[in-house]
Structures are given as structure tokens and as C-alpha cells.
Design a protein around this ligand. Structure first.
Ligand code: PXP
Length: 238
């Protein structure tokens, strides 16, 4: 399978917000990422709107021609926005309002009924749904019961262990992915992925349909420029 690269542009919004004006232009950046080879654009509006703002969403929806993926905790405000603008994909994340970044997946057993209701509403609106999960095969049983189209593997712990022991780092992810494939659930992956740890993950789990990458990719772009950086990341996926 060809794993797609979705570029998370949160950090570009963070730089823009630092001066309270419209520069850099987030919408132009998204369009240019697609022009340079990105196969999706990901945004994660948080409740305090410290990077992506809710007002960015309609503008991005209008210009993104690949796939717009909106991530977030399904609060009423988030759900109203997603159902209004209907991105191609919505990734549900159980992040606390004050979380620095997403730091855990759903307990799909404990929150199974809640997830099922939310996933149903999104799917009825024609939106593909992915839910953020830890590297734990048991979570896939709950994910299937909740009716999700895909899971997104939370790869933070993989990235943390990768440099010391890559095989041990990826093992539980392979088991989780195997369980998802068996149940016909698609697989995405994201968090802390970078030019060093990406290829190993994809080689071990070729069923990964999409990775969404923000922090490392935007940081690399400071050195290499966004066009070269996107091409470098894509070369790590094939
Ligand atoms: N997936 C989810 C659910 C996220 O919250 C984030 C960060 O916004 C990412 C992927 C991307 O992580 P990173 O910025 O470390 O590449």
C-alpha cells in the first residue's frame, strides 16, 4: 500500500498567531503543501485556539483539494464545526482542554457507547472517521464495536523508544495493526514521527494508509524549505 502523507499545519498557525496578523498565510501554505506533494492537510483546533482557529476551517475547506483531516476532542463546539464543514476525515482524540499535545488514545471499551454515537453522526454526514488509539490490540475490539472506519495509532511511545530499541518499540504497534486489519479497520498513524523513525514503522506496518506529521516536518522545513521537506518525507514512505 502507498502510505499517504498528511501535513499537520498547526505550527504554521502558531507562528502566524505570534504577531496577531495573517502572516504566514495559513491557507496559502496548505495549498502550497499540496502543490509540493502533500496528500492531505491536517488541522487540530484546540479549545483555546492557540494555533488553528475555528475561523480557519471554512477557508481551508474551500481550498484543500486532497483530503482535509480535522482532529480533536468531540465537544459540542467541535462537532458543530465538523458537521458544518464536512472534512474528508475527522480524527477523534481524547485530549484534555489544557493538553500541550495529544498524549493518549481512547479507551474504546470505557467510552464505546459515546464513540459509537459520535461516529454515527459523523458517518451519516459522509465523513470518514478515525479514532486515536494506543498500541494495544484490546482497543481494536472496542474500536470495531464503535463502528469506526479507521484508527490512528498514537506513535509517541514508538518514537520515544525507537532510537534505543526499534524492534521493541514497534512490536505492540504491529500486534495492534494486525488486529485492525483482521477486522477490516483502516490504519493511520501519527505523533512524533520524523525522518529517522518513519521508514522503519512503514516497513513493519505496510497497512498504514496515512501518516499525519506536524512538529518535526515543520521544524525540518526551517532548514530545508517546505518543498524539499515534503519530498524528503514522501521518499521515506515508499
Ligand atoms: N495525530 C494527532 C491526533 C495529533 O494530535 C498530532 C499533533 O497535533 C499529530 C498526529 C501530529 O503529531 P506531530 O506534530 O508530533 O507530528
Amino acid at each position: 500500500m502507498n502510505t499517504k502523507l498528511s501535513v499537520n499545519i498547526n505550527k504554521v498557525a502558531l507562528i502566524r498567531n505570534a504577531r496577531g496578523e495573517g502572516f504566514p498565510d495559513l491557507v496559502k501554505f496548505a495549498v502550497d503543501c499540496e502543490k509540493f506533494g502533500a496528500e492531505g492537510i491536517t488541522v487540530h483546533p484546540r479549545p483555546d485556539e492557540r494555533h488553528i482557529r475555528y475561523s480557519d476551517i471554512p477557508l481551508l475547506k474551500e481550498v484543500v483539494t486532497t483530503e482535509l483531516n480535522i482532529e480533536g476532542n468531540p465537544t459540542d463546539r467541535f462537532m458543530d464545526m465538523v458537521l458544518q464543514y464536512k472534512p474528508h476525515q475527522c480524527t477523534l482524540v481524547p485530549d484534555a482542554p489544557d493538553a500541550l499535545t495529544s498524549n493518549q488514545g481512547w479507551d474504546t471499551v470505557k467510552y464505546g457507547e459515546k464513540l459509537k454515537r459520535i461516529i454515527g453522526r459523523l458517518q451519516d454526514a459522509g465523513i470518514r472517521v478515525s479514532i486515536f488509539v494506543d498500541d494495544n490490540p484490546e482497543m481494536i475490539i472496542g474500536a470495531e464495536a464503535a463502528g469506526t472506519d479507521r484508527i490512528e495509532l498514537y506513535t509517541g511511545p514508538y518514537a520515544a523508544q525507537f532510537s534505543s530499541n526499534p524492534e521493541a518499540a514497534v512490536n505492540s504497534y504491529m500486534l495492534t495493526a494486525e488486529e485492525a486489519v483482521k477486522r477490516g479497520i483502516g490504519i493511520n498513524a501519527g505523533h512524533d514521527l520524523n525522518l529517522e523513525n518513519l521508514t522503519f514503522l512503514i516497513k513493519k506496518i505496510p497497512a498504514i494508509a496515512e501518516v499525519s506529521i506536524g512538529h518535526a516536518l515543520i521544524a525540518d522545513a526551517l532548514y530545508y524549505g517546505i518543498k524539499s521537506t515534503i519530498q524528503m518525507y514522501k521518499s521515506k514512505l515508499h
